[in-house]
Design a protein around this ligand. Structure first.
Ligand SMILES: Nc1ncnc2c1ncn2[C@@H]1O[C@H](COP(=O)(O)OP(=O)(O)OP(=O)(O)O)[C@@H](O)[C@H]1O
Length: 509
């Protein structure tokens, strides 16, 4: 079972986090980075010297444990950097300078892997502007790549959030581009816990920074509309630690479930659809089937109404090995599943199914059926039930959600409903009613009743069903599905000219 993460209370650590980040951001990187500090986690000495006193033995054991963890994280990062096929076929190839830099956090194992003292620090940045071909195993950050110089003079720095390992800030670059800056949270649980255990800030920083390197590699390799975009990165010395890493990514807003529950079905459906498109991509990704081991809503952000995954440090491509079905046991708080063990000794589609069940329990049950158009309810209920029972894989689930989208966009979902208007309406072209608003739910406008409709008949149907509705105004604005936004009004006493709008006034009740 995965460890339970402890959220860092934003307020209490804000000052410290901000200080840390500002240090990271504003201490200019030297052109010649110092060699890495000596590792605290040196392996225990080979047999020969006289036995050490117990305290020193304990220290050596702790150092060895930390070195092991560093080595494991380093190897994990390598696995993600190298394409699976390439790793199996060709072994390791020489690293290009930019990749070299990314792997500078590696625990040195041989002289060949040691970061070279005196190597120009700005190498990665200098190479950054040049396009690179995409080869398997390559971490090529394509232009426009942002780097240290871009975040040296930022404005509007604002704390956004933090978790177990990282702290995230909003910043405006060049007074124009708002981005998210992510760095290891020195005050976070991960570093604090490690320092308590090993008293080695430098190596504890590195251990945590591997998570950012892994995330950065995955953001780079998993290219999809619902994966947050990586804009660049910066290595700078900070807090006596050389080469602290800050990533620069697309900015989103944290996903607030309570807020989402108050939005229109159309917008909630968009979140579910973007999640399913993401999971479909992850199941068939260039790295193999990727599972998100930490699937809480806080691992996602919203960008222009679309859901995007931001936290990838807990993503995994390992498919569990098995000798029998009982090895393929998936445990969730309210349900357990046993998946079949394939003849190749792998739990079949476990990564995909884990994602899907988490999508069901964290998203679909809350967001999909609630206040959906009544004719779509049976299909939506079927999707919720099938994913809750893991009867479908991601391909079928994605196909069914796309079907819902088509029914909704094409207006086909309205065909089964009886559409006989109760009242008569007078059409007033190029006209608008500025006031006479009433509130309704879920409205796109906080003061008035602004809803999306497929066509004028649907608007009439809505106005007929509200006793306070006496008129409505078709705007020239549309939602993400192309539906028209309509203001519903309590009266039509003041009609104003507006070339982009059409008003309909109820003439009989
Ligand atoms: N690009 C972004 N735009 C806006 N907010 C973001 C962005 N990336 C992350 N956040 C916010 O910052 C928080 C912490 O980021 P992240 O999840 O990467 O850190 P973490 O330490 O791995 O967290 P956890 O322990 O929950 O896994 C997130 O919960 C999210 O709300």
């Amino acid at each position: 079972m995965r460890r339970r993460k402890i959220a860092v209370a934003a307020g209490c650590c804000l000052a410290f986090l901000l200080g840390t980040l500002l240090n990271v951001l504003f201490i200019p990187g030297s052109e010649h980075p110092p060699p890495p500090p000596p590792r605290d986690g040196a392996p225990p000495s080979p047999p020969g010297p006289p036995p050490e006193p117990p305290e020193e033995e304990e220290e050596a054991a702790a150092a060895a444990a930390l070195a092991r963890q560093l080595q494991e994280r380093y190897e994990e990062v390598l696995r993600y950097r190298q394409h699976r096929g390439a790793a199996a076929a060709g072994g390791r190839r020489a690293l290009r300078p930019r990749e070299r830099r990314l792997m500078d956090l590696a625990p040195p194992r041989s002289s060949a892997e040691q970061p070279r003292p005196g190597a120009p620090r700005s190498r990665a940045a200098a190479a950054a502007g040049q396009p690179r071909g995409r080869a398997s195993g390559e971490l090529s950050l394509e232009p426009p790549l942002l780097g240290c110089r871009d975040i040296r003079d930022v404005s509007g720095v604002q704390y956004l959030g933090s978790g177990y390992t990282k702290a995230v800030y909003k910043a405006v670059l060049n007074r124009s581009l708002a981005v998210a800056l992510k760095a290891v949270d020195f005050g976070g649980h991960d570093v604090a816990h490690c320092v308590r255990q090993f008293s080695a800030l430098g190596d504890c920083y590195r251990l945590a920074a591997y998570k950012i390197v892994k995330e950065m590699i995955l953001l780079q390799r998993l290219r999809h509309a619902n994966v947050l975009q990586l804009y660049g990165y910066c290595y700078q010395d900070s807090n006596d630690i050389p080469d602290t890493l800050t990533t620069i990514t697309e900015l989103g807003s944290p996903l607030e479930m309570i807020q989402l529950l108050q939005t229109s079905w159309e917008d909630r459906f968009r979140i579910c659809l973007s999640l399913v498109r993401l999971l479909h991509y992850l199941a068939h990704s260039p790295l193999g089937s990727v599972t998100l081991l930490d699937f809480r809503p806080r691992q996602f952000v919203i960008v222009d109404g679309e859901l995007k995954v931001t936290d990838l440090d807990d993503a995994s491509i390992e498919e569990s090995s098995c000798t029998s079905n009982s090895d393929c046991f998936m445990e969730f708080p309210a349900r357990n599943f046993t998946l079949p063990c394939s003849v190749e000794g792998r739990c079949q589609n476990m990564n995909e199914k884990r994602n899907l069940y988490n999508a069901y329990r964290f998203f679909f049950t809350y967001l999909l059926p609630h206040s959906a158009p009544s004719s779509l309810r049976p299909l939506l209920d079927k999707i919720v039930n099938a994913t809750g029972e893991l009867h479908w894989g991601i391909d079928e689930t994605a196909a069914q959600l796309e079907r819902v989208l088509n029914l909704y966009k094409s207006g086909e979902y309205l065909q089964n409903t009886t559409r006989i208007p109760k009242a008569e309406y007078r059409r007033v072209p190029e006209a608008f009613i500025p006031d006479e608003n009433y509130r309704c739910w879920p409205s796109y406008h906080h003061k008035g009743c602004l809803l999306s409709v497929f066509d004028v008949n649907e608007a009439i149907e809505i106005c007929d069903s509200y006793s306070q509705c006496k008129a409505f105004v078709l705007t020239n604005q549309t939602t993400w599905t192309g539906r028209q936004l309509v203001f519903f009004k309590t009266a039509s006493n003041h009609i104003m000219p507006d070339p982009d709008k059409i008003t309909y006034v109820k003439v009989t009740d």
